[in-house]
Design a protein around this ligand. Structure first.
Ligand code: ADP
Ligand code: ZN
Length: 625
């Protein structure tokens, strides 16, 4: 799907350059071992290779890296990749070297001599790709260096970091606007998996990409099953998810606070599930170590704050769980998008409750920041709440948020088990009346707990002291239980019928309350569902098995396991993550093809020339008869 506007007729002509397309395909097959391009990859590569600029919006796992890696190989000189992720550069470079690409990075982890050696390689034309962080790139010294080198292109990865409206803003990215002026003849490509129109517009402007072609892919991630359930005892719910559906899988669990990260990781370990914590309060070295272990191990769970994950390209993360409400749909989509980059079935699961809504509102109201910032934060949160409380397809709602239309997906909880709804107009009116009476007749505002006590007419010291039993609203809500009231309140908050205000999260009538009070608007709410199991029929698998192998017969499974064992030993010997040797999908391909010669093995998707030369014989040996 190319929503582009060809900027100039020359680049439009170059689109059809058959020789260039052949050269790109040859690299795809020889270097990466794949036989066809996905989506817009071929068109993007053409655009860059022909000297044009491109803005690429593609979901995680869509295949963005090839879009700048292949043009860097096609063009003379070195491709400069700008990325904020210093901690991951070494792995990215190792993966490229693994397929025979000459790559290096320049960042603060190198000492003076190492950095100098890389600079020499660059000047000598010995690098296909060079990674660096934006703060390094804009240094006058680096700029001078780059002017002396031959450059194939600039790739600006995670380009949404330049957007102040978004959720990952990095001031250093603003400096990248100089590239357009300092290197007018070097093609530039900006890439991101964040796709709101606001972000798209802002990054185009700030990076001066108005002349670029824009490629906006579908943001659907059909292999991810989206589920959001009411929060009861979140750690137990998480355990149930893992033990019933994701035993032995790699996963990421997101929590809001450092404390709950620690406690959740401990709770998992106590139940025999390997898990590590990750948050900004841990030592940098510990964080780096946990991240590396997560990348290298199979079946390890990382419990993290949102400080974790950008740029993590582990392909076989099978689930992403949120124990707290994310602050925005952009954040949620990016975090859940870390599941299933390999295209295999994966789960995005969240537990969400009344407390989340009240707390997040409180954070915003009492937090730092300008009124504009707070207004932005509130509208982000409102969109997130609407997603949580929707009674229709979650995927339709998610994609609509990114400006894309779609049909109900059949692979989210609301599609699989459509929630039943009930008319909550009268309870909503009772609740609003209670808030109004308490305020008018007693001058009091309360949080959810005490308001529900009043509705249920339950005696407590606070009510006794304020003579609440004399109010007309005392005990008018006994048709609902306390739990039902909490559910109702949560949904009314999400719909703006009620609002939580200030430091204590006291309830006040919301912007949508007048119409409800006047009876002009009915309130249809969903009945909370009990926590549910996955509906895709994939229950437990053989211990340690991988979902990628679900399609295999028993005899094939045995070969798959043999290859995995071989892969583990190679990976630990070379100290690289197993997926850098071969992905699960490639192992499955090998098992299915049952090659008996090296050249047959070379025909399997994901086996390029360098890996074939390096591992070919060993794979054939490791493959049982
Ligand atoms: P992104 O950066 O968009 O999240 P990646 O570039 O990491 O995605 O690609 C995701 C996965 O898809 C990687 O394992 C990559 O090797 C694989 N991939 C990319 N393009 C192709 C293709 N044309 N054919 C097969 N696999 C591909
Ligand atoms: Zn759906």
């Amino acid at each position: 799907m190319d929503s582009s506007t060809a900027a100039d007729p020359i680049s439009a002509l170059r689109d059809g350059d058959a020789a260039q397309t052949d050269a790109a395909l040859e690299i795809l097959s020889r270097v990466f071992g794949y036989d066809s391009f996905r989506g817009d990859q071929a068109a993007i590569i053409d655009q860059l290779a022909g000297g044009g600029d491109a803005v690429v919006l593609m979901p995680t796992g869509g295949g963005k890296s090839l879009c700048y890696q292949i043009p860097s190989l096609l063009r003379e000189g070195t491709g400069i990749v700008v990325s904020p992720l210093i901690a991951l550069m070494a792995d990215q470079v190792a993966a490229l070297e693994g397929v025979g690409i000459r790559a290096a990075f320049l960042n603060s982890t190198l000492d003076f001599h190492e950095a100098q050696a890389v600079e020499q390689q660059l000047l000598a034309g010995e690098l296909d790709l060079l990674y660096m962080a934006p703060e390094r790139l804009v240094l006058p010294r680096t700029q001078q260096l780059l002017h002396r080198a031959q450059l194939a292109l600039f790739a600006i990865d995670e380009a949404h970091c330049v957007s102040q409206w978004g959720h990952d803003f990095r001031p250093d990215y603003l400096g990248l606007s100089v590239l357009a002026e300092s290197f007018p003849t070097v093609p530039r490509i900006a890439l991101t998996a964040t796709a709101t129109e606001a972000t798209h517009r802002e990054l185009t402007e700030r990076l001066q990409m108005q002349q670029a072609r824009h490629f906006v892919a579908s943001f659907d991630r059909p292999n991810i099953q989206y589920r959001i359930e009411p929060k009861a005892s979140p750690r137990e719910q998480l355990l149930r998810l893992i033990t019933t559906e994701h035993e032995g899988d790699s996963g990421i669990v997101y929590c809001l606070s450092r404390k709950s990260v620690e406690q959740t990781a401990e709770a998992l370990v106590a139940r025999g599930i390997p898990a590590l914590p990750y948050h900004a309060g841990l030592d940098a070295a510990v964080r780096q170590d946990h991240q590396e272990r997560f990348l290298r191990a199979e079946g390890l769970i990382i419990v993290a704050t949102i400080a974790f994950g950008m740029g993590i390209d582990k392909p076989d993360v099978r689930f992403v769980a949120h124990l707290d409400l994310p602050k925005s749909i952009e954040g949620y989509y990016q975090e859940t998008g870390r599941a299933g980059r390999d295209g295999q079935p994966s789960t995005a699961w969240m537990a969400y409750g009344l407390g989340d809504v009240v707390n997040q509102r409180k954070f915003i109201d009492t937090g730092e920041g300008s009124e504009l910032f707070k207004r932005n934060a509130r509208s982000h949160l409102d969109a997130m709440l609407a997603l949580c409380e929707t009674v229709t397809c979650r995927r339709v709602q998610l994609l609509r948020y990114f400006g894309q239309d779609s049909e109900p997906c059949g692979n989210c909880d609301t599609c699989l088990t459509p929630p039943s709804t009930w008319d909550a107009t009268v309870p909503a009116q009772k609740l609003l009346s209670a808030l109004i009476r308490l305020d008018r007749e007693r001058g009091q505002k309360f949080g959810s707990g005490q308001v529900i006590e009043v509705l249920l007419g339950r005696d407590n010291p606070r009510s006794a002291q304020s003579r609440h039993e004399e109010l007309s609203v005392w005990g008018i809500g006994t048709e609902l239980s306390e739990k039902q009231w909490r559910t109702t309140l949560r949904q009314l908050l999400a719909r703006g019928v009620v609002e939580a205000e200030g430091e204590y999260g006291v309830l006040i009538p919301g912007p949508n309350s007048p119409a409800v009070l006047r009876g002009e608007e009915t309130v249809e709410l969903a009945v909370d569902r009990a926590p549910q199991r996955a509906a895709r029929g994939g229950g437990r698998r053989a211990a340690g098995g991988s979902r990628a192998a679900d399609s295999l017969e028993p005899a094939q499974l045995e070969r798959f396991e043999a290859l995995r064992t071989w892969r583990t030993s190679v990976a630990s010997e070379k100290q690289i993550p197993p997926y850098m040797v071969f992905s699960d999908a490639t192992l499955v391909g090998i098992v299915q093809a049952r090659p008996t010669t090296v050249s047959q093995l070379g025909g399997v998707s994901g086996v390029g020339a360098k890996k074939l030369a390096e591992y070919g014989e060993a794979v054939l040996e490791a493959l049982p008869e």
